[in-house]
Design a protein around this ligand. Structure first.
Ligand code: 6GU
Length: 240
């Protein structure tokens, strides 16, 4: 997969060099380019913003540098443009899977009050455009949202995670939260590990984990439980 990020703060994307994303890049599973939007300005002040038409607070990103950036990065389309914005569709594990299936992603990081709408409208004539929000709160700009989305996407790329089982079992993969986890020592500060996990009875352990997962989901995220396909539940499930 190839990911390009356009931003006025390229240093913000530094963490893409680190850890498992950095390793995916080193092993050739992922190719990343981070670009300074100001490379596509032509005035001495390298201006990227201006006052909003119609008035109002703040500044809006001018379309010209964005248009040139997208022309340079995707001259014939061939990529999906992802625009982080609190006005977008809410990001989810399902969306991470969809985006992980794309050969090329371009992230356009807006700052200030956002990017002139015509940039997105024009880009949409050449490539799919998806506006994505992380949730119901407001960040300064899209950069941190891109880090979040890249981490969710890259770990789904085949070969990035050592153990494919960990993908299938984790929170949100199957619509429920994961059961709590424990490691050694067997007792710590007066808190024992649940006895069943040390029993060696793999059938009972699987049953316990499923019950804990459903109970947790019922307590913490009743919205997820309500959205579950009842077909995946069985008679022995505790939660319902
Ligand atoms: Cl994706 N961008 C910005 N600027 N703010 C946000 C967001 C994204 N998601 C939630 N708040």
């Amino acid at each position: 997969m190839r990911i390009d990020v356009v931003t006025i703060f390229p240093e913000y994307l530094g963490p893409l060099d680190l850890s498992l994303i950095g390793k995916a890049r080193d092993s050739g599973l992922l190719d990343v380019g981070v670009h300074d939007l100001r490379e596509w300005t032509h005035d001495v002040h390298r201006t990227v913003d201006d006052t909003p038409y119609g008035g109002g607070p703040g500044m809006v990103m001018r379309p010209e540098p964005w248009g040139e950036a997208l022309d340079a990065l995707a001259p014939e389309g061939g990529a999906r443009l992802v625009v982080p914005t609190p006005a977008g569709q809410v990001f989810s594990q399902a969306m991470a899977h969809e985006l992980a299936a794309e050969p090329r992603l371009i992230f356009a990081c807006g700052r200030y009050e956002g990017i002139d709408q015509r940039v997105l409208d024009h880009a949409a004539s050449r490539m799919p455009v998806t506006e994505v929000s992380l949730g119901d709160y407001v960040l300064f700009g899209g950069e941190v949202a891109v880090l979040v989305m890249c981490e969710a996407i890259v770990r789904l790329l085949p070969g990035v995670l050592g153990n494919a089982d960990s993908l299938a079992e984790e929170s949100h993969a199957n619509g429920v939260l994961e059961a709590p986890v424990f490691t050694k020592p067997p007792e710590w500060r007066g808190h024992p590990v649940p006895e069943i996990l040390r029993s060696g009875d793999h059938g009972r352990i699987a049953r316990w984990r499923r019950d804990e997962a459903l109970l947790r989901t019922a307590q913490r995220r009743p919205d997820l439980l309500a959205a579950l396909d009842p077909g995946i539940l069985d008679k022995r499930d505790v939660a319902l």
